[in-house]
Ligand binder design. Structure first.
Ligand code: HC1
Ligand code: SF4
Length: 567
């Protein structure tokens, strides 16, 4: 087999696209800011330089391996070059590390430590600029940017948007939203994926931690929480657990200790969404109208559709997302059940997502000026609060969620991974269409890892044409096909984030692709571990219909659980 020699060690070439992949294969962590296996190669950070015999110093990320190459990665000269590169970045970096949201999870800190940078020999050449807090979801601090371009490529290549880009040249180079506007005033859809690849604190989720501490400290306010599906397979990573490890019981215990009055589960509302959305789909299918039906639970996707495909908005399900169904329903029911006025009830969501912060502030999701969901904490923020409360997370005694809104079936749980909403809807539709009990609830064909999957599924003698999509650039491909009339899908699931919510930008930063997969597997295990797997079997949801909501898709359901998305 063809080989390359790395610092004297012979390494076979086995399909690696560049020297960096080859070096990492032999477990040498050559640090980089700008290399991501899912993004194009940019070669800007100059940290992965290696010496190739007879050719000189080259970027490992942009050099394909060739048989017989002899490379060295740890010469004195290379060590010095890398240190200088980091020192130049640090010279222009606002080094307020102790107060930075990314303190402890910052690649610049990590790389400086790993390369043994012990001083900064350069003076800053850039003037400090204002921090951009215009967005409801993200904070952009250009003073912490290292110009790696990861956010720019994420936004344009994976999300197909291009809300941020490089501006100016030379020492004035900056990454900015178009025309120097605030992030809220460009085509950003709040997905936050730029922040999940940002190596520093230049792009971070906008923290609502202080707001929530204030709510919890107010004895007048009853504070209840909902926990999104994907949080339970991500949050543990902040406390040393592996991706996908079950930590829900300890999370509930932590939140109770911190002072939440009730801890509920968004999977309750996800079950409700399945029922409403599946009935809506079956009705459209019977009438042959407004097909394909798109899912509408991902606020990044909804905003994308509003911005770029207003003509397709009638095809979006009119269902609110589970987060918002939870908010509107529980704010209607609980005040009566607990005997408190609506304005003294606060709902806090724990979400893997930054766009959920934006969604909760959409004006249509409020009543008499008070929002259905008061605050949204990302998984990362929730973990910070647990730390701030001084709790030893791993030593907590697990507790169970509160009833009834803490009760969800496995159908609601799998919402958190790509294909999950589709599978949950199929579990409902199959039973409804055939009139027979569905015993095997696994629809393995809609599961998968690619960002654009086309699947045909037999339901009651009919073939349904489904598409499961993540990454908004892939959504664009599908929308263009629909406009061109070159496809005949019935139902299309779109999630903005890679892998679905498990890969949301509010999750602990983890760029290892295997981690996403393990989080998804954790959700499928959690589905298996529940007694019920079909939304229509959720007894508490059914009670809600019987006692309060009336018919599925009926008047009350429309008022509380549906909406109309407009351009
Ligand atoms: Fe999601 Fe959803 S699954 S959007 O990915 O439909 O955020 O986890 O809470 O609302 O349930 C996110 C996750 C989440 C909603 C549900
Ligand atoms: Fe682009 Fe999403 Fe970042 Fe907005 S949040 S700039 S859409 S990657």
């Amino acid at each position: 087999a063809p080989t390359v020699t790395i610092d004297g060690k012979v390494v076979p070439i086995e399909g690696e696209r560049n020297l960096l992949e080859l070096i990492r294969k032999v477990r040498i962590d050559l640090p980089t800011f700008c290399y991501h296996s899912e993004l194009s190669v940019y070669g800007a950070c100059r940290l992965c330089l290696v010496e190739v015999k007879n050719r000189g110093i080259m970027g490992a990320c942009s050099t394909p391996p060739e048989p017989g190459m002899e490379i060295r990665i740890h010469t004195k000269e290379l060590r010095e070059i890398r240190k200088i590169a980091v020192e130049l970045l640090l010279a222009n970096h606002n080094q307020s590390c102790p107060t930075c949201f990314r303190n402890g999870a910052c690649k610049l800190q990590e790389i400086a430590r790993k390369l043994g940078v012990s001083q900064v020999r350069f003076k800053p050449v850039q003037e400090p600029v204002p921090v951009d807090v215009s967005s409801p979801s993200l904070v952009r601090d250009p003073n912490k940017c290292v110009l790696c371009g990861d956010c720019v490529r994420m936004c344009s290549e994976i999300q197909g948007i291009g809300a941020i880009g490089f501006a100016f040249r030379g020492h004035k180079t900056a990454v900015l939203p178009a025309f120097g506007k605030g992030l809220a005033n460009v085509e950003c859809v709040n997905c936050g994926q730029c922040s999940s690849v940002c190596p520093t604190g230049a792009l971070t989720p906008k923290s609502e931690i202080e707001d929530v501490w204030n709510l919890l400290a107010n004895p007048e306010v009853t504070v209840v929480a909902q926990i999104a599906p994907a949080v339970r397979v991500g949050l543990g990573e902040c406390f040393g657990a592996a991706p996908g490890d079950p930590i829900m019981g300890r999370l509930v215990a932590a939140m109770k200790t911190i002072g939440f009055d009730q801890v509920y589960d968004t999977t309750f509302a996800a079950d409700l969404t399945v029922i409403e959305e599946a009935e809506e789909f079956l009705a459209r299918k019977a009438a042959g109208e407004k097909l394909p039906q798109f899912t509408s639970c991902c606020p990044g996707w909804v905003q994308f559709a509003e911005q770029y495909y207003p003509e397709l908005l009638p095809n979006l399900s009119s269902c609110r997302s589970p987060q918002q169904m939870f908010g509107s329903l529980v704010k209607e029911m609980l005040p009566e059940q607990l005997g408190i006025p609506r304005k003294k009830l606060a709902i806090v969501s724990v979400m893997p997502c930054t766009a959920k912060k934006f969604e909760a502030r959409r004006p249509e999701f409020a009543k008499d000026g008070s929002p259905d969901v008061d605050n949204v904490l990302t998984t990362q923020e929730m973990a910070r609060m647990i730390e701030q409360a001084g709790l030893r997370f791993n030593d907590l005694e697990p507790q169970s969620r509160d009833m009834p809104y803490g009760f969800g079936t496995g159908a609601g749980v799998i919402f958190g991974t790509t294909g999950g909403v589709t599978e949950a809807v199929l579990r409902y539709a199959a039973e409804k269409v055939t009139g027979q009990t569905l015993y095997d609830t696994d629809f393995n064909d809609v599961r998968g890892e690619s960002g654009l999957r086309e699947v045909n599924v037999e339901v009651g003698g009919n073939t349904l044409h489904l598409a499961v999509v993540y990454g908004l650039a892939n959504a664009r491909v599908v929308c263009e096909k629909i406009k061109a009339g070159t496809c005949d899908y019935d139902l299309i699931e779109v999630m903005a984030c890679p892998g679905g919510c498990v890969g949301g930008a509010g999750q602990p930063v983890n760029l290892d692709l295997a981690a996403r997969k393990r989080r998804a597997q954790g959700l499928y295990r959690s589905d298996k571990g529940r007694q019920l797997h079909k939304a229509q079997d959720n007894v508490f949801v059914n009670q809600c219909y019987a006692k309060f909501l009336g018919d599925v898709g009926g008047h009350k359901a429309h008022e509380l659980l549906h909406t109309g998305y407009q351009s």
